[in-house]
Design a protein around this ligand. Structure first.
Ligand SMILES: C[S@@+](CC[C@H](N)C(=O)[O-])C[C@H]1O[C@@H](n2cnc3c(N)ncnc32)[C@H](O)[C@@H]1O
Length: 429
C-alpha cells in the first residue's frame, strides 16, 4: 500500500495557491454555538469531564447556522450523553510541539497525540458530556471541562454500541470460535472470501474481533448485540465477561508495577501478560520501545486475546495523587453567604449553575482534589495562593503536602455578568 502525505490532486486557485477546501481538509469552521459554563477561566477548570459531575453548561445553537435551531436537535433529548467537539480558543496560539508535559505526568514528556492536552495542532477538544435537557435550540449539559465562551463545532450523540470498545467486542472463547468457523463454512464461497470475513479469520486465528458496524442499519447492530447477550445469558454467563476480566488484568498488572516504574521519570507501560511478557517503555523525552524476549507488540497484534480497551499505567496511576480538600471555618462561613431566604421563607442561592451551597462545595472539592495546578506551579509556586472561579464564586486556596485548603470564597461579580443569560438552576431542575 502506498503512503502519501497529501492527496495528489489539490485544488488550486487561479493564482496557483492552495484553496481552503473540504477535499484538502482545510475547512473553515463556523461554531454552531458558544458554551455558557460555570468556569470563566482555564485556571480551576477540570481537566476532564469526569472530574466534576456538577459542572454545568448550556449550548444554544446559533440561528446563523440553522434558522430553526430546535430542528437540528430533534431527537437528541433521547440520549444520555453527547460528544462535544470544540475549539480551545483561549490557547493564545496554535501549538506545534510534538511532545508535551501533561500535568498528570508531573513533568515527563510524551507525544502530543498520546495525550488530551489542549495544546495541539488544530486546537480541537473532545468532551463526553451528560445531556441534562434539551429546550428549544438550547442544550443543557453537565460534567464538562470547557470554559465559558468556548466555540463549539459539533455535537454527536454518544452511542455505546459504536463508541465503547467493550460493546463492540465479541468474546472469543472456544465455543464462539467453533460457531464462527461453522458459520463460515456454511456461507457461500463468495462471501467467505470477501474482505471482512477473511480478515477476521486472519493468520492469528484467535485474535479478538471487532464488529464492523459500517454500512449497517443501527437496528441490525442492536440485533447483533442482542443476539450475543441472549446467547450468553442462555449459557448463564456475561457476554463480555472475557473482555472485562482481561481489562481488569490489564489494570491489575499496571498497578502492581507502578511503584518501580515511576522512579527516575521513566514510565513502563504494561499490557496484560497472558503468558507473554509484553511491555512498551517510554523514557523521558524520548518514546522508546524496549525489546524483550518476545519482541515489543501492541496487544492487538499479539496472538492472544487482548482487552477491549487498555490504557497505559501512567494514565490510570498518575504520579499526581488525589488531594484531601479542607475548608477553613472562614471559608465555610463565606459559602453560607451564597444562600439566603426570600420573603416567603424559601431558600435561594446566588449561584447561576449550582442549585445549593452543598452542590457548590462538592464541585469545589472535586476540582481541588484532582490538583488543578500546572506542573510549573506545583514545582515552583508551592507557597503561593491559588485562585479560581466557579459559577459566581471566586475561590482562594493554598496547597500543602497532599492537601488543598480553601481560605476564602467571595462573590465574583464579573462572572455574574458573563453568565447572566443562562440560569441553569431552573432550566435543568
Ligand atoms: C486537558 S483539556 C481536555 C479537554 C477535552 N476533554 C479533550 O480531551 O479534548 C481540558 C482543559 O482545557 C482547558 N480549556 C477548556 N476550555 C478551553 C478553551 N476554550 N480554550 C483553551 N483552553 C480551554 C482547561 O484548562 C481544561 O482544564
Amino acid at each position: 500500500m502506498q503512503h502519501s502525505e497529501e492527496p495528489s490532486t489539490l485544488p488550486a486557485s487561479t493564482c496557483g495557491c492552495m484553496k481552503p477546501a473540504l477535499e484538502t481538509g482545510n475547512i473553515l469552521t463556523e461554531p454552531i454555538g458558544y458554551i455558557e459554563s460555570c468556569f470563566s477561566a482555564k485556571n480551576g477548570t477540570p481537566r476532564q469531564p469526569t472530574i466534576c459531575s456538577l459542572s454545568r453548561a448550556c449550548l444554544r445553537i446559533r440561528k446563523s447556522v440553522f434558522n430553526n435551531p430546535e430542528h437540528s436537535v430533534m431527537g437528541l433529548e433521547q440520549f444520555s450523553h453527547v460528544w462535544i467537539l470544540f475549539v480551545f480558543h483561549k490557547n493564545g496560539h496554535l501549538s506545534c510541539k510534538a511532545k508535551v508535559q501533561p500535568p498528570r505526568l508531573n513533568g515527563t514528556k510524551i507525544g502530543i497525540f498520546s495525550t488530551r492536552s489542549p495544546h495541539r495542532p488544530n486546537a480541537i477538544g473532545l468532551t463526553l458530556a451528560k445531556l441534562d435537557k434539551v429546550e428549544g435550540g438550547a442544550i443543557y449539559l453537565s460534567g464538562i471541562d470547557m470554559i465559558n465562551g468556548t466555540p463549539v463545532l459539533d455535537i454527536k450523540p454518544y452511542i455505546a454500541d459504536y463508541d465503547s470498545p467493550q460493546d463492540l467486542m465479541e468474546p472469543l472463547d472456544e465455543l464462539n470460535l467453533k460457531e464462527r468457523e461453522q458459520k463460515q463454512r456454511d456461507l457461500p464461497h463468495s462471501v467467505n472470501t470477501a474482505g471482512r470475513c477473511e480478515r477476521q479469520q486472519g493468520a492469528e486465528g484467535v485474535r479478538p474481533q471487532y464488529h464492523s458496524t459500517e454500512g449497517k442499519h443501527p437496528e441490525d447492530q442492536t440485533a447483533e448485540g442482542k443476539y450475543l447477550k441472549d446467547k450468553a445469558s442462555a449459557e448463564g454467563k456475561c457476554p463480555f465477561s472475557k473482555c472485562r476480566s482481561t481489562t481488569a488484568d490489564c489494570v491489575l498488572e499496571t498497578r502492581t508495577n507502578q511503584s518501580s516504574s515511576r522512579e527516575g521519570g521513566r514510565i513502563d507501560l504494561h499490557w496484560p501478560k497472558e503468558g507473554i511478557d509484553n511491555r512498551l517503555s517510554v523514557v523521558e523525552g524520548d518514546a522508546a520501545t524496549q525489546e524483550n524476549s518476545s519482541g515489543t507488540q501492541h496487544p492487538s497484534s499479539m496472538g492472544v486475546s487482548s482487552p477491549a480497551s487498555c490504557v497505559p499505567s501512567w494514565v490510570k496511576d498518575s504520579p499526581v495523587t488525589t488531594l484531601e480538600v479542607r475548608f477553613t471555618p472562614h471559608a465555610e462561613m463565606d459559602l453560607e453567604h451564597f444562600s439566603s431566604e426570600d420573603h416567603t421563607g424559601i431558600n435561594i442561592t446566588s449561584f447561576k449553575y449550582f442549585r445549593s451551597v452543598k452542590e457548590a462545595k462538592c464541585a469545589i472539592i472535586d476540582v481541588l482534589a484532582a490538583d488543578p495546578r500546572s506542573v510549573y506551579r506545583r514545582k515552583h509556586c508551592q507557597d503561593r495562593l491559588f485562585y479560581f472561579s466557579m459559577d459566581t464564586a471566586h475561590i482562594t486556596c493554598w496547597f500543602g503536602d497532599g492537601f488543598a485548603e480553601v481560605l476564602r470564597i467571595k462573590h465574583n461579580d464579573t462572572v455574574e455578568n458573563t453568565v447572566g443569560q443562562c440560569s441553569l438552576q431552573s432550566a435543568s431542575s
